[in-house]
Design a protein around this ligand. Structure first.
Ligand code: ADE
Ligand code: ZN
Length: 346
């Protein structure tokens, strides 16, 4: 794509895989206004500043209310493609070399936007992500746990019927009161169709939701999972099985899952031997992309190079990628640290 920054593998940022990113959570205020104008939609905000001033959240639900409301500007396939391309451009600068991206198809269906428009627009931009931005990508359809399970099952059947370009399914939206087991049949069907399975669990919900996601939904990764730290026996299991946990520190602070970044359980999770990696969740709403999340935890916890290398390598190993691509990315991580060491040698 002309004019797009294509970072070389020796980009100045640490090479990482982004495994926890909601594409709708990358809609920046400027793009929200641009798309609203394009589609003749009246926004209930005066301007970009007025919208930005509303990015103060008290919990997950207070964020979700704004997140779903702002999706109103996504109408055409081109809108979904524009949002995705804008994300990829920013992700390349952040050092992202592979991204597994969530989309919330039900949130668009509820507004009258069909699957071919939402999935088609995002997938169109992802199809050329490696050539355009040096980022390999795949798409995961996330189901809304606060909506009926039979609706999720019917959407999944439609996705399978239309051969949607997805590699897996996830589970997101309001967590407390919506335990994973409700979606057992949906995840069984996805597995039978050869799809990968992941689920948000232990973001606001109790450790038992993490256990249920593992035992009933048989997920390969836990998104967030920070509340596992309240349950030592669960932590032992997660360590023993090296279950990948996609941790999003700035999200946890902005949604008040933790009071301040210094109180985030990340250092204790690392110390316990958990398989954690760092991600950005909804970067436009939470004040930072993957590079910002890494910078903030590095400075807050004084993380050393071996720890950063572990976080980046975990992100690659936890990806749904063929082994040769993982080996290529792990070599990039190693080369990045060697280059940095050489640059700082006396
Ligand atoms: N959807 C978008 N972001 C989410 C989050 N942090 N938790 C649950 N559902 C979400
Ligand atoms: Zn999330």
């Amino acid at each position: 794509m002309p004019g797009s920054p294509v970072p070389s593998p020796s980009s100045s940022r640490l090479p990482v895989a982004e495994l926890h990113l909601h594409i709708e959570g990358t809609l920046e205020p400027e793009l929200i206004f641009e798309l609203a104008e394009r589609n003749g939609i009246d926004l209930p905000y005066r301007d970009v500043e007025d919208l930005g001033a509303r990015y103060e959240f008290t919990d997950l639900q207070s964020f979700l209310d704004l997140y779903y409301a702002n999706m109103a500007v996504l109408v055409t396939e081109d809108d979904f493609a524009a949002m995705t391309t804008a994300y990829l451009r920013r992700a390349a600068v952040a050092g992202v070399r592979h991204a597994e991206i969530f989309i919330d198809p039900q949130a668009h269906l509820a507004r009258g936007v069909d699957l071919s428009t939402s999935i088609g627009g995002v997938a169109r931009a992802l199809a050329t992500s490696l050539d355009d931005f040096g980022i390999s990508t795949s798409l995961i359809a996330a189901f809304l746990r606060d909506q009926p399970a039979d609706e999720a099952l019917s959407v999944l059947e439609d996705l399978i019927d239309m051969r949607a370009p997805i590699i897996g399914i996830g589970l997101d939206s309001a967590e407390v009161g919506y335990p994973p087991a409700k979606f057992a049949a949906v995840f069984d069907r996805a597995r039978a169709a050869g799809l990968e399975c992941v689920a948000h669990a232990g973001e606001e919900g109790p450790p038992s939701y993490i256990r249920e996601a593992l035992d009933v939904l048989q997920v390969a990764r836990i998104d967030h999972g920070i509340r596992a730290m309240e349950d030592p026996e669960l932590v032992r299991r997660l360590v023993d099985e090296q279950i990948p946990m996609t941790v999003c520190p700035l999200s946890n602070v902005r949604l008040r899952a933790v009071d301040v970044l210094a109180a985030h359980p990340l250092p204790r999770m690392l110390e316990a031997g958990l398989n954690v990696s760092i991600h950005s969740d909804d970067p436009s709403y939470f004040g930072g992309y993957l590079d910002d999340n890494l910078d903030r935890v590095t400075s807050t916890f004084d993380l050393d190079s071996p720890t950063l290398s572990r976080l980046a390598s975990n992100s690659v190993r936890s990806a749904f990628l063929p082994e040769p691509r993982k080996a290529e990315l792990l070599a990039e991580v190693e080369a990045w640290f060697k280059e940095r060491l050489a640059a700082t040698a006396p």
